[in-house]
Design a protein around this ligand. Sequence first.
Ligand SMILES: [Zn+2]
Ligand SMILES: [Zn+2]
Length: 247
Amino acid sequence: MTNGKLTVIGSGDAFCSDGRFNSCYYVEWGDKNILLDCGPTSLAAIRKCYLDPMAVDIIVISHLHGDHIAGIPFLVLEADKADKRKKPLTIITPPDGERRIKEVSALLYPDAISMFQNLDIRFVQYNKNEALEIEGFRMKFFEVSHNPLVNPHGFRIEKDSKILGYSGDTGWTDNLYQIADNADLFICECNFYEKETLTHLNYKKIIAEQQNLKAKRMLLTHFGKESLAHYSKIEGEKAEDGKCIAF
Ligand SMILES: [Zn+2]
Ligand SMILES: [Zn+2]
């Protein structure tokens, strides 16, 4: 059995509320290092955890909001200019991910397209309800309830008999049952404490559904200002930047 180790790189919302870094999780799993999302603060935050951004093999993107993808241009810049990287990198995205990531990279660094060409970078696009087998991991992707302009998804990653589930950014959707089902670790966004929206979850809804979300372990994350104001009342496991979890 191949166990994984997850380090919370960023447990904050888009605004880095309370100084938390943007969404990013570093998963050491077997002989691969997988990044779940890569917000703009990720390079600094990965280094604060004494991990190496250049050792990442696979990046899986949940949706195309800036707080989940805007670290990629800097990671690619370092890989090309500073690291002279030879190691392959696979970037797994929802539809239109490759175009948007290259476009934002080229706005920030005009020679970015040649950087993508110089490096051994492969983009893989997933679609909703699609199952992919990538570098020894089984991945399945589910549509979630967030701004449809950013192609939002949650997903499950499995290797041997271990399952990692990730909600991405989402309001309530019954697809969360499938994402969380029997997961050894289910990372669930908790942007709000009680505020109800279609695009983010709140703690009260998560608690109401906890019995139906049949994960073995649930980690709440993506805390915004309102949920942080009620932080001491949030029971269960809460993500903190730098926290490590074996699963
Ligand atoms: Zn977000
Ligand atoms: Zn978002």
